[in-house]
Design a protein around this ligand. Structure first.
Ligand code: P6P
Length: 317
């Protein structure tokens, strides 16, 4: 029997929130619709002129790929039309998109990176969409966006690779769904995903080794002595997904070019940290638990250490 992501969300909502009116499920259906639109575009990128730069730079000062723009527009549209959304925050937009909806209608804030790792698309390497869902407290929604990661009510990612997978948690385990192109549905393929307690793989861009704080370099040397191997795809969702399923530890340390780390707290570290902890893993900024950090800016960066519980616990900067 196949279980689609829509069925799974409804089952979960009924089981855990019998009073739910299906608004959360309706919200998640906006994400899966956008994911299918993005997947269709990526799948044919080489033949539909979707490759390459859009000729603009985004708020991060990064060159926007055509697919960055498309993915951002798809998510803004599919989520913006859901009236339960109070605000949308995207890596591609400098400011949040705030909707004029009353607190009892606009219950949710969604924060997302529409297409992470998009520079890999031209060489046909996995890319991903990452999302995080927060509840909108009463009052002005603008003040409610900078919530610590442990306030997330759901988080997930879509990995566009040999197969397209949606992985998400609503706080009661991690579930993976594989897109079946024959029926256009995300079908349950990984139930209650558990990250191995310890891995044999470490993942970091060693080209930055000269600027890592000493504790990082010392730890990498210790892992090599223990016989760990190294894998680094340079696409966060792909590197994390491997870590989730096989165990090990991923790092984006402080570097000379990014003294606070390169990855973003709100829409990269927080959602992946929520998933990692729900799967028995852990995520820190080298010192503190990621989910305990209170953001001060929607685009702020953080050093990022995430993976198997033992591997992350054994490291501190
Ligand atoms: P570096 C891709 O640009 C990205 O944002 C993440 O997907 C990836 O983990 C990281 O940057 C790679 O950065 O500096 O190693 O190329």
């Amino acid at each position: 029997m196949i279980v689609t992501v829509q069925q799974h969300i409804m089952f979960e909502q009924r089981r855990r929130h019998p009073e739910a009116r299906g608004r959360f499920s309706w919200l998640l259906s906006g994400l899966t619709l956008a994911a299918k639109m993005i997947e269709a575009k990526i799948r044919r990128a080489g033949i539909n002129d979707a490759l390459g730069s859009a000729g603009e730079t985004n708020v991060q000062g990064e060159t926007q790929q055509k697919l960055d723009v498309y993915a951002n527009q798809a998510l803004l549209h599919c989520l913006g039309v859901r009236d339960s959304v109070a605000a949308l925050v995207s890596e591609e937009n400098e400011e949040p998109l705030v909707f004029d909806r009353a607190a009892e209608t606009g219950e949710y804030i969604i924060v997302f990176d529409p297409l992470d790792g998009s520079s890999n698309i031209d060489v046909n390497v996995n890319v991903g969409t990452i999302f995080s869902i927060l509840r909108r407290p009463p009052g002005h929604v603008g003040d409610a966006i900078l919530q610590p990661g442990h306030h997330q009510i759901a988080a997930g990612y879509v990995l566009y690779g040999p197969s397209t997978m949606l992985v998400y948690t609503t706080g009661d385990g991690v579930f993976g769904f594989t897109l079946d192109p024959a029926i256009g549905a995300f079908v349950l393929s990984h139930e209650h995903v558990q990250m191995p307690e310890q891995g044999r793989i470490y993942s970091v861009n060693e080209a930055n080794a000269d600027s890592f704080p000493p504790a990082y370099s010392e730890y990498f040397a210790a892992l090599r002595k223990k016989g760990y191997t190294s894998r680094y795809i340079g696409s966060l969702v792909a590197d994390f997904h491997r870590t989730l399923l096989k165990g090990g530890i991923f790092f984006y340390p402080p570097t000379k070019s990014h003294p606070c780390g390169k990855l973003r707290l709100l829409y990269e570290a927080n959602p992946l940290a929520f998933i990692a902890e729900q799967a028995g893993g852990l995520a820190t900024n080298g010192r503190s638990r990621i989910l305990d950090l209170t953001p001060t800016d929607i685009h702020q960066r953080t050093p990022f250490v995430i993976g198997s519980h033992a591997d992350v616990t054994n490291f501190s900067n």
